[in-house]
Structures are given as structure tokens and as C-alpha cells.
Design a protein around this ligand. Sequence first.
Ligand code: ADP
Ligand code: MG
Length: 298
Amino acid sequence: ATPMAIAVSTGVAAKNGVLVRNGEALERLSAVTHVVLDKTGTLTEGRMRVTEVRGEAGRETVLQAAAAVERHFSHPLALAICATVEAEGLAFPVCHQPVLLPGLGVGGMPAGGEGQIWVGNLRLMERQGVMIDASMRAAAEAIESTMAAAVFVAQGEQLLGLLRVEDRLREGAVELIRTLAQRGVGMTLLTGDSVAAANHLKQALMGPEDVRMEVVAGVLPEEKARKVAALQQQGEHVLMAGDGVNDAPALALADISMAMGNGTDVSMECSDIVLMGSDLQKVPWAIALGRQTLKTVR
Ligand code: ADP
Ligand code: MG
């Protein structure tokens, strides 16, 4: 495309809340054959709410232990947990050496030094040697078969409790899937969440229709990147849409990377395109714009 055509389209895109950070990206958009979609914060709003607290340690203890660590982070789960503790007027205990284990959860050392606090999914708990009995496992599975995340809270190897944190489908998500399918664009749902959670989301997206969407769940950031590479080796031109730190390696590898405007700074800085606002229909819209931009010179 001519520099003029690219400049015009970049302007049109910006007016529609699609920030194209380099002109070449517009041209590459026209070649996209496969869209890889992150789950939390991309297909879902990522504005989560804690709606249930379980555990023998008691509601306040569980919430406060979690918040002590989560106040150092900006993941949608972290924001939800901190908002609840604040809303209930509870104090945030001090916690040192916060660590993020991408795709697993977070940890930190409480000021009292009674043992490291861990907040995250079942895989994190297993990694830290936290014992989870059958009833807690079943409770977590039940939570993840709805539009919610199950978040375990532990101290040392002792489980303190389990949180249900609810999310919602993002505006335009159902239409996004339908539009991409109609245009013959392949789709992969790629998530660090559990298989159960991913399948529930897929069901919510599809409705009764039979749309083909591959689900790859329970993956770590490097595995997300490997999935993108595998698609490329099959000859696909991959657009990846994501929102978080854990998406950065995959975003970097994709032919086109698209970050959600509400995402982390990392994902926005390393992306070709930033989607402002929340409407996912802008994804196929941008692909169409890219095709149109190329056509104007032919
Ligand atoms: P997705 O790939 O769907 O965007 P993430 O990679 O953001 O999901 O998260 C993957 C998993 O890692 C989540 O299911 C969650 O259990 C865990 N996780 C990530 N960040 C946190 C956090 N700050 N607190 C608790 N759990 C977290
Ligand atoms: Mg995400």
C-alpha cells in the first residue's frame, strides 16, 4: 500500500478506537488467516468480583492473606480481591518479596514470617506441595464450570481457603467468533486457566451453533508462544489478541499482536495494535480495514 493509503487507514482506525502503531501492521492485517485469543481480560471483561469465600480459616483471614500479596499486582484477579477487602473495611497485612509465577499465581512473605502465602490455581498449589482434599478440588471444579475462576489461598503447605471470582463475557465476543467463522478465519482459545474454565467459556461463546474453535488450556506463557509458532509452521498468518504479562512472549511472536486497551503496560508496549474501548468486533473490522488498505493501490 502507498504511504498515503496507510496514513488514511491509520487515521480511520484511530477514530474507531483501533490504534495502529506501525504502518506495516496494517498491511500484515490483510494476510491474517488465524486468530489466537487469550481468555481472561480478552474474551472476558477481566473486571472480576469475588462472590464466594470458603475455608476453615474463616472469611476474613482468607481474604486478608490473599490481599496482602495481591495488592502488589494488577491482574484482574488481584484487583477483584483487593477491592473486596477494601469494600469490607479490612486491613491489608504487610507482605514482602512479592513474586509472580505467570500462569500459576502469586506469592509473598508476610511480615510475621509465618510462612509464604500463595494465591493462585490448582497447579500452583500442587507445585508448592499444598494438600487439597477431594471436597476442595470438587468445589474448585464446580466454580470453573461457571464463568468464574477458582483461586486457592495457602500459607506454607497449609490451605487457607478458596475464592470464587466471577467474570463476564466481553461485549462483542459472541459476534467476534461468528464473524471470524463466517470469514473462514481459524480460531484458537489460548488460556492459562483450566480446561474446565476454557470449555465453559467456549460453550458460552458458541451457543447452539457449531463453530470450530480450538481450545488450548492450562498453558504457561512460553507454551502460548510455542502454540503461535506451531500455527505459523503450518502456514498460518497469526493475529494474537491478549491482555497480560503472560501473553507477552506469544504477542511478540505473532504476525500481528493486538493488545486490549485495559491490559498491562507490557502487552500494550509490545503490540502492533491496541484496541481501545471494549468492543471485540473491532478485531474482524481491523482485518477488513487492512484488506481494504491493500486494495486501494491495486
Ligand atoms: P489467561 O491466560 O486466560 O489470560 P492468565 O494467564 O492471566 O489467564 O492466568 C492464568 C492463571 O494464573 C489463572 O487461572 C490464575 O489462576 C493464575 N493467576 C495469574 N495471576 C494471578 C494472580 N495475580 N492471582 C491469582 N492467580 C493468578
Ligand atoms: Mg489474560
